[in-house]
Design a protein around this ligand. Structure first.
Ligand code: ATP
Ligand code: MG
Length: 180
């Protein structure tokens, strides 16, 4: 399983549809300050279901939509798709590729898709659970995350290891069942 491609449209500094293709090797993104490198990692976080505007370096969710410049008018929605290889069927889907899409309109409306089928945010979260991906995963190591892993609070540390061991899905289901 690896990240094959990222399609960004109307998200932050990417008004036009931009397709980034990745191989199985290491990819480094370089560019001058303010050129949009961090916006790419924000797009990955966002499509995987990130709800925290702080984690996305904004004040409100609308800030993820291209806001316009002196030369270009703002966009009405942001859309990001993430394409993951699923040849080894780590994701419980028949397809050998998994495409997750999130769209957000200025009206506040959100849409999520898995392989172009309309789904709920909950489905996206469950898809990524225990894969090490997703917003609770360790595939994106931002500032502060290292502190959490090294944290003296055993609860924080345990959550990271539970996710790595692939058992957080069960804790999540148990907690959900207990709430009912
Ligand atoms: P650095 O090297 O300083 O970390 P970077 O390449 O990571 O820079 P980013 O933080 O990804 O840069 O990009 C910042 C740019 O994105 C700024 O110019 C900012 O104006 C632009 N930007 C952020 N949100 C939006 C938005 N909603 N609409 C238009 N532009 C945006
Ligand atoms: Mg940056």
């Amino acid at each position: 399983m690896y990240l094959k491609a990222l399609e960004i449209q109307g998200f932050k500094s990417f008004p036009d549809k931009t397709v980034l293709s990745f191989g199985e090797d290491i990819t480094a993104i370089v560019g001058p300050n303010g050129s949009g490198k961090s916006n790419i990692s924000d797009a990955i976080r966002w499509v995987m279901g990130e709800q925290s505007t702080k984690a996305l370096r904004g004040g409100k969710m609308e800030d993820v939509i291209f806001g316009g410049t002196a030369l270009r008018k703002q966009q009405g929605f942001a859309e990001v798709s993430l394409v993951l290889d699923n040849a080894d069927h780590i994701f419980p889907l028949e397809e050998s590729e998994v495409m997750v899409t999130r769209r957000y309109y200025r009206s506040g409306e959100s849409e999520y898709y898995i392989n172009r089928r309309s789904v709920r945010l909950k489905d996206v979260n469950e898809l990524f659970m225990d894969t090490g991906l997703g917003r609770e995963g360790y595939s994106i190591i931002g500032q502060g995350r290292i502190d959490e892993i090294l944290s003296v609070k055993s609860g924080d540390r345990r959550e990271v290891f539970e996710e790595a061991a692939g058992i957080s899905r069960f804790r999540h289901r148990k907690e959900e069942a207990q709430r009912k």
